[in-house]
Design a protein around this ligand. Structure first.
Ligand code: ATP
Ligand code: MG
Length: 292
């Protein structure tokens, strides 16, 4: 069930909502939901260029309702992995299954948030969010109410009639997140969604995202270069090897939830930070010894 307990959110007729439950439903909790088996992606080179192998037989299981971050060296294949799960990219070999079904195309069960969210500049903030359920069965009024509900959640209700160009970078990312959440996806795929933002906004949006995730418990795959962000948000962190990516190490982040923001100063947090940093450093060092 999607719970709407936020006082500020306008109630929306539950009958309008998706019938199926999101990944966090009790019945699904703890079961592998996203399953990559020997997932391999090789991009063909142009002309005489050699092909680029971006993913090399990646095995990864993500439980329903789990928040998993991917960290790894630049160019190792994190975006490629996310695109494969989104169904935007065909595997060369292996498989990606979600809820037991093979991923062959994008679907409304998955929403993708990119680093620079592609908002439509000629549409207001509200109309950008409404884009998420165009082509559906909602009336204009219902679309509008729903868009406003999700804008409220990300603190942008007062900017519904503004255009993207009138917003800050952080606000634009919030609109992107509202649009992704408005689909009510079971799975959220986020590729450095706060990567282009300043450190403070990043922290604030990370906390907001956690608050929303704790409410709805989507299954999340989150790519970031920020180790603190990964630890703060995640149940588990997959540390990827250098290209072609495989999962080098899976780390359980055994910190209590909800997580207070000052948890980043806790000794356990620092241990995770050190462990992940060492793994990434080793990858980088090995890469520099081996000419590619
Ligand atoms: N469309 C494409 N065509 C050909 N090669 C590609 C394409 N997209 C990515 N690659 C190659 O695949 C490899 C992995 O790229 P990918 O974007 O998945 O890395 P990444 O881990 O997301 O990197 P970053 O951290 O810098 O975002 C790179 O070597 C890149 O050159
Ligand atoms: Mg990337």
């Amino acid at each position: 069930m999607v719970h709407h307990t936020t006082e500020s959110a306008k109630p929306v007729d539950p009958a309008l909502r998706r019938a199926s439950s999101p990944g966090g439903d009790d019945a699904d909790a703890g079961r592998p939901f996203i399953v990559l088996e020997a997932a391999t992606v090789e991009y063909p080179g142009r002309g005489a260029q050699a092909p680029t192998r971006a993913l090399d037989a990646v095995d990864l299981e993500v439980q329903a309702g789990e928040f998993v971050s991917l960290v790894g060296p630049s160019g190792c294949g994190k975006t490629t992995l996310l695109m494969a799960v989104a169904g935007l990219l065909e595997l060369t070999d292996g498989s990606v299954r979600i809820g037991g079904r093979q991923v062959v195309a994008p679907g409304p069960d998955r929403a993708v948030v990119f680093q620079e969210f592609a908002l439509l500049p000629w549409r207001t903030v509200r109309r950008n969010v409404e884009f998420a359920f165009e082509g559906g069965e909602l009336t204009r009024r219902q679309r509008r109410d729903r868009a406003d509900e999700f804008l409220e959640l990300v603190g942008l209700r007062d900017f519904a009639d503004h255009y993207p160009a009138q917003l800050s970078g952080g606000m634009r990312q919030r609109v992107g997140i509202a649009r992704a959440l408005a689909i009510e996806p079971e799975t959220l795929l986020m590729d450095e969604p706060f990567g282009a933002l300043d450190a403070q906004t990043k922290v604030v949006l990370g906390e907001e995202l956690l608050r929303l995730w704790e409410r709805d418990r989507q299954t999340v795959l989150f790519v970031t270069h920020d180790i603190d962000e990964a630890i703060f948000l995640s149940d588990r962190i997959a540390v990827m090897s250098r290209r072609p990516a495989s999962v080098r190490c899976l780390i359980d982040i055994d910190l209590p939830r909800p997580r207070p923001h000052d948890i980043k100063t806790a000794p356990e947090f620092n241990e995770y930070r050190q462990q992940i940093w060492n793994l990434l450093h080793d990858e980088a060092a090995e890469a520099s010894r081996e000419p590619n």
